[in-house]
Every structure is written in C-alpha cells, then in structure tokens.
Write a protein that binds this ligand. Structure first.
Ligand code: NAD
Length: 475
C-alpha cells in the first residue's frame, strides 16, 4: 500500500534521477499533525476585485491565525481590502516584482465576489500574474466568488463561472509544488457562512482536494453564529459510520472521534474483530449489521434510538466493487454493487427520517467515487451506483429541512486494500494521473467529511467534492 516511488523521488538520488529522466516528482504532501495546530501558518496575501463582499468574513477567519497577512497596494488590486489594512489585520505589499520576490506565500486568497462582468475578470490576472510563482510548497490558492446560479445577469453569471476554469487551471500549474487551488461560490448574503471552508481549504486537512468548486448557501436550521470549539467541533454529536472496520471508513471514524464525536462503528459481522479494535481505540461502540439485509435499516434505527435517542451525523461509507465487463458480469455482481453502494443508503435514511431520528442541524454524507463521474472499464455496476449516489444527494439536498444537510465526497485513487489489490500497471497509472502525481490517503477523505460535518458548515448542502488530487479522470 505504500508508494515507494514517492519516497524514492524525495531522496536526493531520486530527485536527480527523476529530473534527468523527465519523470514526475511528487512532493510529500503536508498533512494535519497536531490536534492544536493552527489551520495556517506563514504568509497569506489577501487581494480583492471590485466591490468585494467576503473580505470581512475572510479577515475574521484569518485574524485568529498565526499567519502574517498582506494586502496588495495600489488601486488596481486594492479594492476594499484596505479595510483589512486599516483594521491592522494586514500589512500592505507593493505589487512590484522585486517586492513580491522577497516573499513565499503559504496562501493567495482572492475575493472576487463583486465582479459584475467578464471585463472585470482582469483583476484575477492583475493579482495572480505577479504572485503565483511565489506560492510556497504545499501552498494554497483560494478564490471566493458568487454562485453563478444566483446571478440573474448573464454577463455576471459568465464571469463567476469563468472562475472555475481559472481555478482548475491554476491547480494544474501549481500541483508540482504540492500546492492546491479551490473556489468557494457563495450565494448572495451567505458570506458569513464561509469560515469552516476557509479554514479547511487553507489547512493541511485538504491536502488531496484540488481544483474543486464548492457552493455555499445561507443554510437553514439554527441561525446566528454557533459557538464551536475549533479543536473539537463535533463535541456532543453522535455519528454513525458504515464500513468502519478498515480503510476509508476506519479513517472517518477516527477523524470524527478526534473532532469530539461519539462514533457508532458499523460493519458486517465477519469484520467483528477489526470493528471492535477500531471502536475501542476511539471510545466509540461497534455495531455488527449488514446494511443490505431486509431488516438492516430498522435494526440500525432501533439501536440509535435506544442508545442515543437519535443521531447527528450519518456517513454512508460502506461500499463494494464487483468488477466484470458487462457481457461477463453475473447478476449477483450487479445486484450487490447497487444494493450496498446505493439502495442501502436510501433505505437507512428513509427509516431514520420517517422516525424523526436525525436531529436538527444533522449531517448526512455519502461516499461516491470519481467512477461516478467518468465511468470505468469493467465497472458498469459500480459506476452506476456511484453516479446514483450523486443524484440522490442532489435531490435530497432540496428536500431536507431543520438545518440537516447532505453532501458527498468522490474519492479518486486512495491508498487502501482496495487499490493495493489492483494490477501494478493500473495502480501506478492511477497514482500518477492527477495534478499532485500521487494517491491520496484514507485520512484525506475523512478530513473532507469532517469539514462537511462541522456545525459551521451549515451553508454547504448538495455538494459533491472530489478528493482526487485533481485526477485527469472525469470532469
Ligand atoms: P474497503 O473495502 O476497504 O471497506 C469497505 C467496508 O465496507 C468494509 O469494511 C466492508 O466490510 C464494508 N461493507 C461492505 N458491504 C457491507 C454491508 N453490506 N454492510 C455493512 N458493511 C459493509 O473499501 P475502501 O477503499 O475503504 O472504500 C470505502 C468507500 O470509499 C467505498 O464506498 C468505496 O466505494 C469508496 N471509494 C474508495 C476508493 C479507493 O480508492 N479506495 C475510491 C473511490 C471510492
């Protein structure tokens, strides 16, 4: 499961060999290490286009970090970011090459929310052209725009949609440094909902998420700013994680427990030994159940009701592959992939909803796959189930009330037992065919799920974020 090539190219001999042979030189990504670590350290340059609306929310979020903030000087790029300077949050920086060359930025953050038409896209060039070279190793580019779906004017919608192509391309250009770029598309008057996303995307927790647009709305449920312990945001929450005995599910259970949740770890009875180990390690409880059994959803709901009186977080992670080309696929392969990966999620949610067991501000997270976007040879069943998950999430997001959200992650190549079992050539191709030239770790998927589950992520609903290092596969 270990990526020996990644280790090799990060030795001095390996670096030389890779560069003389023109081979990819992936950087070892920075990941979250200490529980009390700040979400960002280093220098952050915050710029803005005309009429920016997210600067005070950005300033509020960054103010509490140990990062040193800079704001560009000069009318072309200054915008209202002078507010950050006036309030003493940021130092000014001359946008001249020599001045900029003295800095390495851990993050370049840009508020593009006020752009009105495509001519104003020029502010992106003005800000990023002189600064992008100065992005640090494992640095971050974060752009905040306006959700094109909320723009009545076509020129405005075009300009904000253009941010997507910009961000995806920047991500490809900075990937060799292990750096990533993301876009937050914020609905009007939802700027105060960006905090958890700014923290996540600027931090090492988002190491393997790259080139992703995220839609942020106002959210429903409890209004106002909830007081959240940033080191343990899920304190007091009960979470159900399916398929928790190993792989990605185990990482999700551990990460949600790290963030303060009491985790019910569910898996099939055959995995009991591993399941008990994981549950015991994290102070959670094991639940042996097959989610495809007729009475599975009822038994799960009974357990959650009896033990906890309800549930705050449901993570539908359990999944199977049963690969064969369509003409050779036995019917039980088809049935099983659809039953575990898709139908079980619907049935569990239906049971929990009907019995009103998902509490206010609850979170439902489904695990899709990039195969759900792109399809895959020999995976008609699996890809259908994972596309189905996306359709389910998008539809449910429109129906849920009471502050309950539903979102999905779509992992790419993640280093697990599933991918370790692949033939070596396919495995190597899967690892390298992305902007970061490496596979992700289970914890990368888990951190993305923990961000969705954060109480401050109430405006994030109906999103499907890929955790794939910007894989070349799919859109
Ligand atoms: P895994 O096979 O290591 O773990 C899946 C778990 O689900 C196992 O513990 C299994 O026992 C459990 N499970 C299967 N059927 C079940 C059932 N009927 N009831 C209860 N539990 C059941 O897989 P993984 O790699 O950790 O993948 C986790 C999720 O991520 C899956 O949904 C998978 O499709 C998805 N995914 C994985 C990758 C990857 O690269 N590993 C990529 C994209 C998507």
């Amino acid at each position: 499961m270990s990526d020996l090539y990644l280790k090799f190219v990060n030795t001095s001999v390996g670096k030389q060999a890779a560069s003389s042979l023109g081979l990819p030189s992936p950087i070892e990504l920075e990941r979250w290490k200490r529980h009390d670590q700040s979400f960002i350290e280093g220098k952050v340059l915050v710029g803005a286009g005309p009429r920016p609306r997210a600067l005070s929310a950005l300033g509020e979020t960054l103010r509490g970090s140990p990062a040193t903030l800079y704001s560009p000087e000069g009318p072309a790029t200054l915008g209202e970011s002078s507010a950050l300077v006036e309030s003493g949050v940021a130092k000014t920086l001359t946008m001249e090459d020599e001045a900029i060359a003295e800095h390495k930025f851990k993050a370049l953050v840009f508020d593009a929310t006020g752009i009105r038409d495509t001519s104003e896209l020029r502010c992106l060039y003005d800000f990023f052209h002189p600064t992008i070279r100065q992005i640090a190793k494992c640095g971050r580019v974060l752009i905040v725009g306006t959700d094109p779906a909320s723009c009545k004017n076509p020129a405005r919608a075009a300009a904000h949609k253009a941010l997507e192509g910009f961000v995806r391309s920047v991500a490809k250009e900075i990937g060799k440094k292990g750096a990533t770029a993301q876009l937050l598309w914020v609905a009007p008057n939802a700027e105060n909902q960006i905090e958890s996303s700014v923290r996540f995307f600027l931090s090492p927790k988002s190491a393997y998420v790259d080139g992703q647009p995220v839609r942020i709305g106002k959210g429903s449920g409890t209004k106002g700013r909830t007081a959240v312990n940033t080191n343990a945001p899920l304190t007091g929450k009960v979470a159900l994680v399916t398929g928790a005995s190993r792989g990605i599910g185990e990482a999700i259970a551990r990460t949600l427990a790290r963030d303060g949740a009491r985790v019910v770890c569910l898996d099939i009875p055959a995995t009991m030994e591993d399941l008990n180990r994981v549950a015991e390690d994290i102070g959670g409880s094991p639940l042996a159940a097959d989610i495809t059994e007729d009475n599975g959803p009822r038994l799960i709901a009974d357990h959650l009701e009896d033990e906890f009186g309800g549930i705050d977080i449901v993570v539908h992670n359990a999944g199977v592959t049963r690969d064969k080309t369509l003409a050779r696929m036995p019917e039980h392969f088809w049935d099983m992939a659809i039953a575990v990966n898709l139908t079980a999620e619907e049935r569990i949610d239906e049971e929990l909803m009907e019995r009103d067991l998902v509490r206010e501000n609850g979170r439902i997270v489904c695990v899709s796959s990039i195969a759900g976007f792109a399809g895959n040879f020999g995976q008609t069943n699996y890809a259908a189930s994972k596309s189905g998950v996306i359709g389910y999430v998008e539809s449910m997001a429109r129906q849920l009330k009471n502050g309950i959200t539903i979102n999905a992650v779509a992992p790419g190549f993640i280093e697990t037992q599933m991918t370790a079992a692949m033939p070596v050539t396919i495995r190597e191709a899967g690892r390298r065919m992305n902007s970061l030239s490496q596979g992700g770790l289970p914890v990368d998927v888990a951190e993305t799920i923990a961000w969705y589950c954060n109480p401050l992520s109430r405006g994030i609903n109906g999103n499907v974020v890929r955790v794939c290092g910007q894989s070349l596969v799919g859109k």
